[in-house]
Design a protein around this ligand. Structure first.
Ligand code: NI
Length: 190
């Protein structure tokens, strides 16, 4: 187990376009994924992208609340539902489904101490492969779609403040907790 240092906004690694992973099943990729999981867990993160631990590779991991097996995931999304096992996406791609966007608060392990109100597409399809080379392809709405967009932005050198349209809503965590957060809101970073 290795908890890695997390790069903070301003470090050039966070502004680069990350490189495609040639062999997702390679032992060094598996070792890196283990470090990403350890680092994300230790930092209470919702997600982590490889560049955040100084690895210029197109790899992200994240956890989102489980969606109900029946019915419309958009309608029944529950932020308090138990989390999925960590989802691994190597060389991910996002397809935007529809023009709808929604705003919500985000944090980021590379932007410590801050929160921002960020517009994201509401409905996406994403694809990639996991560490065994299996194709992953899913549709996602709402918070799930938001997390995937946030993590994949890291692979193109984009941090959430660059997606914001109203910088009066880039605020300190302490103020977010005081003025914005509901009692049950999780205080986790992507
Ligand atoms: Ni982030």
């Amino acid at each position: 187990m290795a908890i890695r240092k997390i790069a903070s906004m301003g470090h050039p690694i966070l502004r680069q376009k990350a490189a495609l992973v040639k062999d997702p099943t390679a032992p060094e990729i598996h070792a890196l994924l283990k470090d990403m999981l350890d680092t994300m867990t230790d930092a209470f993160g919702t997600g982590l992208a490889a560049p955040q631990i100084y690895e210029n590779k197109r790899m992200v991991i994240f956890q989102v609340p489980q969606e109900p097996h029946n019915g419309d995931p958009e309608r029944h999304q529950d932020k308090d539902a138990p989390l999925t096992a960590p989802i691994i996406l190597i060389n991910p791609e996002i397809e935007i489904l529809g023009d709808d966007m929604e705003d919500d608060w985000e944090g980021c392990l590379s932007v410590p101490g801050l929160r921002g109100f960020v517009p994201r597409y509401s409905h996406i399809r994403y694809s990639g492969v996991d560490h065994e080379g299996r194709l992953i392809e899913r549709e996602a709405h709402g918070f799930h779609a938001r997390v995937v967009q946030h993590e994949c932005d890291h692979l193109d050198g984009v941090l959430y403040p660059q997606r914001m349209v109203d910088l009066t809503k880039l605020i300190f965590d302490s103020e977010w907790r005081h003025w914005v957060a509901e009692p049950n809101d999780e205080n986790s970073d992507d």
